[in-house]
Ligand binder design. Structure first.
Ligand code: 5GP
Length: 237
């Protein structure tokens, strides 16, 4: 662990100042939450699994030309990352109908969309992460039009890279949430990519292999995330 200054306490990670002024340490926690923290449980092993899964995904994206904040892993549950000015936005991309989209529009879950959908949510626990549109993002000076356009293009590009990545592990990439940060004028991918922030369905059985198992009490979270890691690792070898 670190004795450095705690900069931010999140639901799934803590962020500390690193030795270098322009870097921070992300420490993955074993705590699982859902419904904006209303459901909260300790899941021993979750932090290590998410750190390992996110490292695999980020390493793959980096190899394919996506700029991210990842510097290196410093332990099995800690990553050194570049300090950025994080946009207070959750960028959600959907390939298949599920979750809040299916509920909001009363459409069937599991329909493959002709084109991916991108949605923005304003990151605010107090406001329950409300949906926000591009004009609102602009009006509130959260990001300018050029930044929003670039974030959308980058999200689509990441999706095009991740669909085949997860398909090799026999998963359908249903949807996911990304976050972006800025260093100077450059926008890069930040946060994590794990079953906490995406929906992965087994291609044959369509079983959920992500945080929905926790949200819906369908299966053990740690056992499920371990299976995701094992399948992603075995595809690499
Ligand atoms: P939905 O809007 O259907 O609830 O979520 C869409 C996708 O974004 C899912 O993969 C979900 O896990 C992810 N997502 C949405 N909001 C959050 C959030 O506040 N935190 C995390 N980690 N993921 C989120």
């Amino acid at each position: 662990m670190t004795d450095e200054k705690l900069l931010y306490e999140g639901k799934a990670k803590n962020v500390y100042q690193a030795k270098q002024a322009d870097e921070v340490l992300m420490v993955y926690k074993d705590q699982a939450t859902a419904f904006n923290g209303k459901k909260k449980e300790l899941e021993p092993g979750k932090g290590v699994l998410n750190c390992k899964i996110s490292s695999l995904v980020f390493d793959y994206l980096i190899k394919n030309g996506i700029k991210t904040h990842l510097v290196r892993n410093v332990s099995d549950h800690e990553q050194l990352v570049k300090k950025t000015e994080v946009f207070p936005l959750e960028v959600v991309l959907r390939n298949i109908t599920a979750g809040s989209f299916a509920k909001k529009f009363d459409v069937e879950t599991g329909t493959h969309l002709e084109e991916p959908i991108i949605e923005f949510y304003y990151k605010s626990d107090a406001l329950d992460d409300p949906f926000i549109n591009e004009s609102q993002i602009h009006a509130l000076k959260i990001a300018d039009k050029q930044d929003i356009q670039y974030i959308k293009e980058l999200t689509l590009k990441i999706n095009q890279l991740l669909i085949p990545f997860f398909a090799q592990g026999n998963f359908d990439l249903v949807d996911f949430k990304l976050e972006f940060g800025k260093i100077g004028s450059e926008i890069i991918l930040v946060d994590e990519f794990s079953p906490d922030n995406c929906r992965l369905w087994d291609k044959q059985s369509h079983d959920s292999m992500d945080k929905d198992v926790f949200r819906k009490h369908e299966a053990d979270l740690v056992t499920t995330y371990q299976k995701v890691l094992d399948r992603l690792v075995s595809q690499e070898n």
